[in-house]
Design a protein around this ligand. Structure first.
Ligand SMILES: Nc1ncnc2c1ncn2[C@@H]1O[C@H](COP(=O)(O)OP(=O)(O)OP(=O)(O)O)[C@@H](O)[C@H]1O
Ligand SMILES: [Mg+2]
Length: 291
């Protein structure tokens, strides 16, 4: 937690006249997004209300052009709503300026993309160090230790000094996931993370996400893969910029997943700095396919 003034307390709150879920880690209230097009204004999101509790694994599904990426970009602060409020990890993302949003995202949300988006001129290790260098949450020595532990978690230790172009798609995505975890964010947002992978490699990446949820992370994953969408705790279907279906929030109480403390931190913390990474994901990566 940054301890900055814009972080509100996690208790009763009223947003836009609606009563927000106090326990939500991600909260969208009346979110609309319009684009100016030659044909006039186009509404990509039309009044989205969505609350996601800590520990949920949410799949966002829907036809191409329905608004899935636009929705995920609202949560990561990559894009801003035209109207409405986006509260993520206690921060009003819709209000943050560019400088603040980059730091807030670096600490709170790990973002995974379909085409990996590793920096091509940096080695694998440097790609993972970069967000840690930017956010400055760990000492220089800790950063390197963390980077190697994360590489081990995704079974990429042997590739630390390679450039991304020397890796397969699945390997690049595993590095991208390690990078997303570098500052130990509570939330992972992934837009079609398996969309560019063969089914075996996609399954290994999905296993990695499942284990991250088991370790206390909250994940929102846009996917076209119906089999994967069946294996998450909740599926939200977007159609024409609106939520057409929602299998509903499986609350942390019911799942016996980590609860939040009064200041909103996960209890127990998913991974304290300096504590070895849990091995569940590594184990399943070993059992699963390798890219
Ligand atoms: N910058 C933009 N300018 C104008 N229209 C846009 C812009 N970005 C997205 N759109 C439109 O908003 C709608 C939603 O786009 P979005 O990328 O969220 O869809 P999606 O559900 O992620 O689709 P896909 O499954 O193909 O990735 C689409 O009709 C798209 O054409
Ligand atoms: Mg998309």
């Amino acid at each position: 937690m940054l301890g900055l003034p814009f972080f509100r307390k996690r208790n009763s709150s009223v947003v836009n006249g609606a009563h927000a879920d106090d326990n939500a880690l991600i909260s969208l209230r009346g979110v609309t997004k319009s684009y100016a097009t030659p044909a006039g204004e186009f509404q990509a999101l039309k009044g989205i209300n969505l609350e996601i509790a800590p520990g949920e694994f949410v799949a966002v599904v829907g036809k191409s052009g329905s608004g899935k990426s636009t929705l995920s970009n609202m949560i990561t602060g990559i894009d801003r709503p035209t109207a409405g409020e986006v509260i993520v990890a206690g921060a009003p993302v819709h209000k943050l300026g560019e400088g603040r949003i980059a730091e807030w995202r670096g600490r709170n949300v790990g973002v995974v993309f379909q085409f990996f988006q590793l920096l091509p001129t940096l080695t694998v290790l440097e790609n993972i160090l970069l967000p840690m260098d930017f956010c400055n949450m760990f000492s220089a020595r800790e950063r390197k230790e963390r980077a190697y532990r994360l590489l081990a978690q995704v079974e990429m230790t042997d590739h630390a000094d390679k450039l991304p172009t020397a890796l397969s798609g699945g390997q690049q995505q595993r590095v991208a996931i390690a990078r997303a975890l570098s500052n130990d964010p509570a939330i992972i947002v992934a837009d079609e993370p398996t969309g560019n992978l063969d089914s075996r490699t996609a399954d290994a990446v999905f296993h990695l996400f499942e284990n991250l949820v088991r370790d206390g992370k909250t994940i929102l994953m846009v996917t076209h893969d119906e089999d994967m969408a069946k294996r998450v705790t909740r599926t939200v279907t977007i159609a024409d910029g609106q939520i057409a279906a929602d299998t509903g929030s499986l609350r942390s109480e019911r799942l016996h997943l980590p609860r939040t403390t009064q200041n909103g931190a996960l209890h127990p913390p998913p991974m304290a700095p300096g504590v070895p990474l849990r091995t569940g994901a590594t184990r399943l990566m070993s059992e699963g396919a390798h890219a």
